[in-house]
Design a protein around this ligand. Structure first.
Ligand SMILES: [Zn+2]
Length: 444
């Protein structure tokens, strides 16, 4: 059995050369009041940092740190920090106090041990900051500060991501600010093959992603073979300028979505022409609006019959049916695995859709296919989609929800990259926290 307080501190707190002064319990029975564990650093009398001469102790001040729960109770580590003064009266050194980063990083209110715990469970395991704050009996900012401080070196680790072959870009709304809830956007930069969030940059234009790509090493940029596009056109220029050798790939899902939008427009126009009003519950076309958008092979026999019957009833000139077939034959493009056959199919679609006998919405779809011809066909050589970029954005939205109140872009970036940027978590035990972002100084 160990009765030496220095050895007890080593066993219970994992800290060498620390004296356990005593334990203080200010709570009543089964209260949630934190246990207060008083410690002080041992070790040699420090040398003056300026003249390297002798120093003397000028009392100590108490620093209260939030530690991990113990024995089912929240814990405060009360660090009796000694103050030191240079013995040489002519020395310009101001007094200083004990520094021991094994106990806590400067400026953080959490012990080193509690801070690494918080970073792991929030960043890696997806726990909310507020649930950890409840467990350790402190406020949201205290935990968030620690997660950012210890998470920053993990995110900035130069080996966090290596070679990337296919890049995707997408914008997310990251918060609304102020009285008018002004929208703030961020753009995600994603490795779509490994579904890794490489980084997020502020804003939604092309300027920031372009800057980010340009700041990467030349060899890294040269390895990128594909760039995925959602067909909004906003990132086409970014890729063309920042990665001129990358081949652009139009995302299949977005293309099908566009075809479905054109189909909806055809249906609404025909409905309006025939009935003189917008869709209502009893209108045949309105009643099949969802079936029209579904993939043909997913329709049950009953649904298929319903589609045929209601089209007969509500689509006298076969315009909706034509628009529906256009959507389905575009979907067929993605059943081809041979790039040459795919090209033949796409070229046939374009000449068919752009025929001036077709409904105007189908002609418009044909023109879209024409202007994205090469990007659409690039899919049959790359088989990459923008899907991972968008699932990344869903993940970001989820993090936003559990981290409400996170309005600072730099902190937002660290948080999402901890969750989606695949940091090397084995480094957490040894990283040096970055505390420059913390404004609330807690003594030196
Ligand atoms: Zn001195």
């Amino acid at each position: 059995m160990e009765q030496n307080p220095i050895r007890i501190a080593e066993i219970l707190l994992g800290l060498k050369d620390v004296n356990l002064i005593g334990v203080e319990d200010l709570g009543d029975e089964d209260s949630k009041t934190p246990l207060r564990v008083h410690i002080e650093c041992l070790g040699e009398r420090p040398k003056c940092p300026v003249c390297n001469g002798m120093s003397y102790s000028k009392g100590s001040s108490l620093v209260e740190l939030i530690d991990l729960q113990s024995f089912g109770r929240p814990v405060r580590l009360i660090w009796h920090k000694r103050r030191w003064v240079c013995k040489d009266e002519t020395c310009i050194a101001p007094s200083w106090s004990d520094v021991d980063t094994r106990i806590a990083a400067p400026r953080l209110k959490l012990t080193d041990r509690a801070a690494r715990f918080a970073t792991r469970v929030v960043g890696r395991d997806g726990r909310s900051v507020s649930s950890v704050a409840r467990e350790l009996d402190c406020d949201w900012h205290t935990i968030n500060d620690a997660v950012i401080a210890y998470g920053t070196p993990l995110v900035e680790d130069p080996n966090r991501f290596g070679e990337v072959r296919a890049l995707g870009l997408d914008e997310t709304l990251f918060y609304r600010e102020g009285r008018y809830r002004t929208q703030k956007w961020s753009t995600s930069i994603v490795d779509v093959m490994s579904a890794t969030l490489l980084d997020v940059v502020p804003g939604k234009g092309g300027a920031e992603p372009k800057k980010w790509i340009a700041s990467q090493p030349r060899e890294w940029r040269d390895d990128i073979k594909w760039g995925t596009l959602d067909l909004a056109g906003s990132y086409r220029a970014v890729f063309k300028e920042a990665l001129p050798n990358a081949v652009l790939v139009a995302d299949p899902f977005h293309l099908i979505k566009i075809a479905n939008t054109r189909l909806d427009e055809t249906r609404r126009r025909v409905q309006q022409n025939i009935l003189g009003h917008r869709g209502r519950g009893g209108d045949p076309l309105y009643r099949i609006r969802r079936l029209l958008n579904m993939a043909k092979e997913k329709l049950t026999e009953g649904a298929n019959d319903k589609l045929t019957r209601f089209l007969e009833a509500g689509d006298p000139d076969n315009e909706v049916a034509t628009s529906w077939r256009a959507k389905e034959s575009l979907r067929e493009l993605y059943t081809y695995r041979d790039p040459d056959l795919a090209r033949d199919h796409l070229d046939a679609l374009i000449s068919d859709f752009t025929d001036n006998q077709r409904p105007p919405e189908v002609q418009l779809l044909g023109r879209t296919l024409k202007s994205w011809h090469d990007e659409i066909l690039a899919w049959h050589r790359s088989f990459v989609t923008n899907g991972p970029t968008e699932s990344m954005n869903n993940l970001i939205k989820r993090i936003k929800r559990i981290a409400f109140g996170m309005t600072n872009f730099a902190n937002f970036r660290i948080r999402v990259l901890l969750s989606a940027g695949k940091p090397d978590w084995s480094l957490l035990a040894t990283v040096t926290p970055v505390t420059t972002h913390i404004s609330s100084a807690l003594g030196s």
